[in-house]
Design a protein around this ligand. Structure first.
Ligand code: AMP
Ligand code: MG
Length: 408
């Protein structure tokens, strides 16, 4: 049997980050930047007010207090977006809104809450220092500054910054397009009537959602019956929009395990027994002219999910070009004893809880059989039991992979 670590390293050496391309800003959300982005102008672009208030010359409000306010004439009203260049002279002020350009002659802003809010004349009840409540031209970003480096993951805030420096299109590594099939003549789509012996296809939903959570753009093709020819033809049809293909089912040693038969004939997909529980039968290779990576995962819902976590997710992350391929893991104190088969790496579904002292407690779920999708939905972590370990008593420290969704 092949070791988990060997199978994973074979996979990771076969997949590469996708080639960069220029995308519209919002299409680039969730992608990794493939260029350094330089500011073509400073931020802020001009001196402007940080508050709604009055633009003043600091020296004109010297000595202003609650009891003895300074009163000044209001010579203008400046809103954000006002283009007219306004100026104030000595002993004057202008009403100004947040983000509006500071008029020439003014060097500070007195927030409206420290005034009587006057329109023609205003009482100012606080002093101001030069620069108070003024956002200076270029104080945040100077022209020519690199605002985001190549390799940065573009979340909401990064997309916003790119817009702020006027980027309409940006060079990124695209999100991999992942095509998902389920195989099995017993499968029916949710919402349809089930005949005796039929079950609903859950894997293609799990795997499509998991691919999206991993950062990919998934396409759920859905169910293919146990017919090898049909599967191969469908995969070929889908290759135009696939950077990666995932199938589930049909890879064990049963009579109708047609995925294995059909893809073995292509000669580019290898089928291995990987020393893990759940998820032993694994297939990985490439299909089509462009050598599109394909994963053939086992059909049991928990096996399919765990296989995705262990093998497919890191591959998608590598294609995305992010540096963190793996989910965070922590050490935790096992709450109930755990048995694990000799020679296999076990991924036990579990609930992880933080303890008040900052450590973690982890409780494996009762049912560890690979068809128990109900338990899987309740798990928030996987306890990883190394190959040579067979018995772990309660109270021992174990490695736990966190399943909760993280950004980037
Ligand atoms: P297989 O690997 O095709 O022999 O499938 C193993 C087990 O997983 C069988 O009980 C299948 O019915 C079940 N199974 C396979 N594919 C799916 C699927 N897409 N959704 C839910 N169960 C599945
Ligand atoms: Mg099957």
């Amino acid at each position: 049997m092949k070791r988990v670590a060997d199978h994973l390293s074979d996979i990771l050496s076969a997949v590469r980050p996708l080639n960069p391309l220029d995308l519209q800003l919002l299409d680039a959300h969730g992608c990794v930047l493939a260029e350094d982005v330089v500011a073509p102008w400073p931020l802020p672009m001009f001196d402007n007010s940080a508050m709604d208030g009055y633009a003043v010359r600091a020296e004109d409000v010297a000595g202003a207090t609650e009891d003895e306010p300074v009163e000044l004439p209001v010579v203008g009203d400046i809103a954000a977006g006002d283009a007219e260049l306004q100026a104030i002279g000595e002993g004057m002020c202008a009403r100004i809104m947040t983000g509006a350009p500071l008029p020439a002659g003014a060097d500070a802003v007195v927030p409206v809450e420290y005034t009587d809010g006057g329109v023609a004349r205003v009482q100012l009840r606080r002093t101001a220092k030069v620069g108070d409540y003024v956002r200076r031209l270029g104080e945040h970003v100077r022209t020519g500054d690199v605002v985001l480096r190549s390799g940065t993951f573009l979340g909401a805030a990064q997309v916003g910054l790119l817009a702020a420096v006027g980027k309409e299109r940006v060079r990124v590594r695209p999100r991999p397009r992942v095509v998902v099939f389920s195989t099995g003549s017993e499968l029916v789509d949710p919402g349809l009537r089930l005949d005796r012996g039929q079950i609903t296809d859950s894997n293609s939903y799990t795997l499509t959602a998991a691919a999206r959570e991993a950062g990919a753009v998934p396409y759920r093709v859905g169910i293919v019956p146990d017919d090898g020819q049909r599967l191969v033809a469908l995969i070929e049809d889908q290759l135009v929009r696939a950077d990666l293909v995932i199938t589930s089912g049909g890879v064990s040693a049963g009579a109708y395990d047609v995925v294995k038969q059909a893809l073995s004939e292509l000669g580019t997909v290898r089928f291995d027994r990987v020393a893990m529980q759940p998820g032993m039968p694994q297939g990985f290779g490439t299909v089509g002219d462009e050598g599109t990576p394909i994963f053939t995962l086992p059909g049991n819902p928990v096996s399919a999910f765990v296989s995705f976590e262990v093998f497919v997710r890191p591959a998608i992350r590598r294609m995305l070009g992010v540096s963190k391929l793996h989910r965070p893991s922590v050490k935790a104190i096992l709450q109930t004893a755990l048995r694990s088969p000799e020679g296999k790496r076990q991924f036990a579904r579990a609930r992880l809880q933080p303890a008040p002292d900052g450590s973690y407690l982890v409780t494996p779920l009762d049912g560890q059989a690979s068809h128990l999708i109900g338990d899987l939905a309740y798990a928030n972590a996987l306890v990883v039991v190394p190959e040579h370990v067979t018995d772990i008593e309660a109270g021992q420290v174990v490695d736990v992979v966190l399943l909760e969704r993280r950004k980037g």
